[in-house]
Design a protein. Structure first.
Lengths: 423, 236
């Protein structure tokens, strides 16, 4: 359906809101309540937009276990030495003080969809009219034989930013001269499609300066990967001979790890490595599964126009956890989806105008100093999914000035999106 | 079809984007000869110049696009010529800035001259080899501005700032709402008309940035007007 601002669906939303109660109750029994679980690009953004745009008419609670949130995007740049760790850390002070959001630092461990309450590990219970789940990713058990979360100190995933990222960087810095850094790359779909390959670029950048005889081995179950031509061109230009990529044709899909021995077994052949970054297959963050809104593949199907769960109209799922269609799992995408969800939720709870959903994504990656690339697309909501409408990607052979401008653009974007998330 | 009004508009858009370079259309022939080194491996100009990888460039000004005898052009270039595209200061400036934005499947494998001064200089150099160098740029007082040649209906649209505010949530994933401009330009507090012209220039792929071409490409004229209305006042 094609909508414009003259036939927006605000009135329809208001009717459904009355049916599901809160509008009338809002006047009599206090403000409608939205609980948001997860304080990343999806959760922080939806909380901020709900609070900001409803001007206090909606009671917003944000549940996030950590007090300092480290963004996964740009965490590779920390590994490469381009960012300080502190520069990717953010707190929730402004969301609480400037926007009146109740920020609760706790784990959500249960969702009662009939009673419409969330249970917290600390013992509390939060009632909601609408619940937003934006818990990011978890790893599938047994995805990489020999690896489970108890092995993450020896073989870090570093795919949730924080101490894991610091650990991986420390291991990289301690790697013996001429040693091997191995990455076990994940199968599709996964968070941040160019992420593993940007990380390899950043590791190579570090090695080139500090450990020039060091090697990088990528074991990959996928026959191709995001921005492959651009990365491989960049690796040949900057890190010639340092990076070996083993795809499924050569056993990249038949890998086992032995964390105690620091061994990687590729199609039966044992390789000794010095650092091993295992990024296992992923699924939606656990609370989505607990809430019962995930499918067999482990992701939460949603309606494109509202990001509402197909299993429960009072629950919205954002970002990496959602199964929505054509958008990649990225912080940019989660931030974009959050704004659409915030608009839909406000429309339902307060009768505000609902405009047609529009989504965008851009993923920047850094290959080496001042060599930035990007890929992006725009999307719209159809009856079935979030569908791609247009897109672009950096070209191979671009000149240095354009690549530098692309990198600088990514720094501007980081400042933009983090202000959009955290105020 | 080529919309020559739009083309004309772009020249002005370029001007207002870089007001400091207001005199760039005057061009420096000597410097232009240096810039032309980038073109020389494919294009010949001057006495006895023949077609090489690219067509010879004598008599370029006022020549129809794709019209040099004996040169094998792309279908895109031939179509542009058939549609009436003629090389003059404005069309060349647009083409040289980003060839593929004007002739999408041109065989000219050249990323373009991003610097308006480079373009002006190389055009000044090339103009010497045209018998009738017509369409020499306008005088300074009239060539800069934002009210030229944009479809008046587009400029007359009254944007809805509330709609603009909703749409703006896509912009502020990258552009900072407080007007900071590190890496990504500030878009706050622009005059409405400048904002509208710039966005339509992206929408029509005359301005070159791929993200912005995509973003603007799916916005209607009404939506652009809404954004312009919202961003003009934001933070004030």
């Amino acid at each position: 359906m094609k909508l414009n601002r003259r036939n927006f669906i605000g009135s329809a939303a208001a009717v459904s809101a009355t049916l599901s109660a809160p509008m009338v109750m809002a006047a009599a029994h206090g403000r409608p309540k939205v609980v948001v679980i997860g304080g990343g690009a999806g959760g922080a953004t939806v909380a901020r937009y709900l609070a900001k745009d409803s001007k206090g008419a909606i009671d917003v609670t944000l549940v996030e276990p950590t007090r300092s949130y480290y963004t996964c995007f740009f965490s590779n740049l920390y590994i490469g030495g381009f960012r300080e760790f502190s520069s990717i850390g953010h707190t929730y002070g402004k969301l609480a003080a400037d926007y009146g959001i109740n920020v609760v630092h706790d784990w959500a461990i249960g969702v009662d969809r009939d009673a419409k309450t969330v249970t917290l590990a600390g013992g509390g219970t939060l009632p909601y009219d609408r619940l937003v789940l934006s818990p990011g990713i978890d790893f599938k058990d047994g995805a990489v034989p020999g690896w489970d979360v108890t092995a993450q100190q020896k073989m870090p995933h570093a795919y949730k930013a924080g101490s894991q990222t610091q650990l991986l960087k420390a291991q990289l810095e301690a790697m013996p001269q001429g040693g091997t850094f191995c990455m076990v790359a994940p199968p599709n779909p996964f968070r941040c499609p160019p992420g593993p390959y940007e990380r390899v670029s950043m590791v190579a950048h570090h090695l080139k300066a500090n450990n020039p005889t060091g090697k990088i081995l990528i074991v990959d179950p996928k026959p191709k990967f995001s921005k492959q031509g651009l990365f491989q061109e960049g690796w040949a230009n900057h890190y010639d001979g340092m990076i070996e990529w083993v795809g499924p044709d050569f056993g990249g899909d038949k890998v086992e790890v032995r964390p105690d021995m620091m061994e990687v077994v590729i199609d039966g052949e044992v390789t000794k490595v010095d650092v091993c970054n295992v990024i296992p297959a992923m699924k939606a963050g656990k609370i989505a599964e607990i809430a019962g809104v995930t499918n067999e593949a482990g992701w939460a199907p949603v309606h494109a126009a509202t990001m509402a769960s197909k299993a429960d109209e009072n629950i919205h799922v954002l970002g990496d956890s959602s199964h929505q269609g054509d958008m990649p799992k990225s912080g940019f995408a989660a931030n974009s989806q959050a704004k659409v969800a915030a608009m839909a939720i406000r429309g339902a709870l307060t009768g505000s105008k609902v405009f047609p959903a529009k989504f965008t994504n851009t993923c920047w990656s850094l290959i080496d100093t001042d060599d930035g690339i990007k890929v992006g697309a725009s999307y719209e909501a159809t009856g079935e999914k979030i569908a791609k409408t247009d897109g672009f990607i950096s070209k191979t052979g671009e000149d240095a000035a354009l690549r530098k401008a692309t990198f600088e653009e990514s720094i501007g974007w980081y400042d933009g999106i983090t202000s959009d998330m955290f105020g | 079809m080529f919309d020559f009004k739009r083309l004309a508009m772009i020249a002005f858009v370029t001007c207002f984007a870089q007001p400091a370079a207001a005199n760039h259309t005057d061009g420096d022939v000597k410097r232009g000869e240096q810039v032309f080194k980038k073109c020389r491996s494919c294009h010949k100009v001057g006495e006895g110049a023949t077609n090489r990888v690219g067509p010879q460039l004598n008599g370029l000004y006022q020549r129809g696009a794709g019209s040099v005898e004996g040169f094998k052009y792309s279908a895109s270039m031939l179509r542009a010529g058939a549609d009436g595209l003629v090389w003059d200061h404005v069309s060349l400036d647009t083409y040289l800035e980003n060839p593929k934005s004007l002739i999408s499947k041109t065989r000219m494998n050249f990323r373009g001259l991003k610097d308006a001064n480079d373009r002006a200089d190389v055009m000044a150099f090339l103009r010497q080899f045209s018998d009738d160098p017509s369409d020499i740029p306008e005088a300074a007082p009239t060539r800069i501005g934002t009210d030229h040649a944009v479809d008046p209906e587009i400029l007359a649209l009254q944007g809805d700032p509330e709609y603009g505010e909703y749409l703006s949530s896509e912009c502020v994933s990258c552009h900072q709402i407080d007007g900071a401009d590190t890496g990504i330009p500030s878009i706050t507090n622009w005059p409405i008309e400048d904002f509208v012209i710039a966005m339509h220039a992206y929408k029509d792929k005359k301005r070159v940035h791929p993200v912005m071409q995509m973003m603007a490409g799916r916005l209607s004229a009404e939506e652009i007007a809404g954004l312009a209305a919202y961003f003009e006042k934001v933070g004030q």
